[in-house]
Design a protein around this ligand. Sequence first.
Ligand code: NOJ
Length: 506
Amino acid sequence: MSQWWRDAVIYQVYPRSFADTNGDGIGDLAGIRDRMGYLSQLGIDAIWLSPFYTSPMKDGGYDVADFRDVDPMFGTLADFDALVAAAHAKGIKVIVDIVPNHSSSDHAWFSAALAAGPGSPERARYHFRDGTDGPPNNWQSYFGGGAWRRLPDGQWYLHMFDDSQPDLNWDNPEVRDYFLGTLRFWLDRGADGFRVDVAHGLVKAPGLPDAEEEAAPSESAPAPYRDQDGVHEIYRDWRRVLDSYDGDRMAVAEAWVDSPEHRSRYVRADELHQAFNFDLLQAGFSATDFRKVIDAELATSGTVGAPATWVLSNHDRKRHATRYGGGAVGLDRARAASLLMLALPGSSYLYQGEELGLFEYEDLPDSARQDPVWERSGHTDPGRDGCRVPLPWKATGPSLGFGSAPGWLPQPAGFAELSVETQDGTPGSTLGLYRAALRLRRRHRPATLTWNPPAGPDVLSFANGALTCVTNFGTTPVAVDGEVLLSSRPLADGRLPANATAWLSA
Ligand code: NOJ
């Protein structure tokens, strides 16, 4: 299929929390392979695997010690090959994460840099600077605290995330070549694409000048460590590599920038194929907010010929059922938002467990928290563990079917009722809703969007080919016309209840 990614539904697997086959409490590649039938039945087009590379796991694997190997806790390269074969056998594409902004401090390059000392070519792969009166500039880590750490020899190194994640120096041709080789390594093993971590951050402004903001960096405001023009040259090089392979390989950028227009620069015809649009992830559950985000995304992605992308949850953000208020209302709204998203043109990203309506584990015991954000923020920010809890496959067992032992994070009360086992075949279940939506979506292939006149300030309605999608963000039921194909809550007397979406035949 040509340009499969243009309207693909891509399911994010967080390997550590998906399925554990060897009883060590940590999910593994074999677990993902074993559940390929589940993923195929769900009806997704591709999986994106968060990092499974060799890592001390200081940042859940986004601290990579060997970019071209599998960490033993996740399996082996042979397990990766078997996973790809199993996915491809079911027509599912496999996207892997690539983490080019930084390595782990356990990477052989960083050890060599420490050993070689100031001024050495080994240090030139990272950002090392002198600074006797304090750090070389005022940059702050995204995870809290300063972005520089001092070594006993007096030099400082830059780490925009944890101090176990030194930033790589992309002015160094060796770094560029190494990542081109890493792309080829995974493409040769059958990867269909890459999710590019911190795609906006690789190039730093010359001279590493002070940032205007000295406070902890916001996610997207302009800064000397973000969205520098030079990053685009890197992605042009990457595109040439991707295009040199058959099979329509792709890449999607995690680009936190200050406008949809800036985001669209990452997906120009000779750069990457998609960039995540995180605006729905940050929007409130309201007709005004959703309309604004959808219009902006369709307008700007269209100008460069790239598909729109949509995300409601991922491994970095509070799950949307909880963001929308939690409990029964939060779940209703989450189901409504998901059904709306899946009717939009472009590509949608799902995060494992949202198809079960999982909520954030906000009361996770502090002693269990592992995200570096928790420590680095001085325990003021709980971090992201609450959305990374092992999946409940069954209603019983030491980790609800995740594995034969308790998982690396405990599961909250309430996950048993949301397990796959409980929902499979249960009328009205969230799992059933996602399966039905993905089945219908395959048939309708949403491609264009035409807004219908709103039936009220809290209602959005649009046509997408033969499908009409209506969402009621308000509190009173609204009348809808047409044959109901699917709805996130049952209609009563032809009226769509509060916090619900219906798909109708136009
Ligand atoms: C973005 C990833 O999604 C997040 O989980 C990670 O902590 C940072 N990049 C640093 O790699």
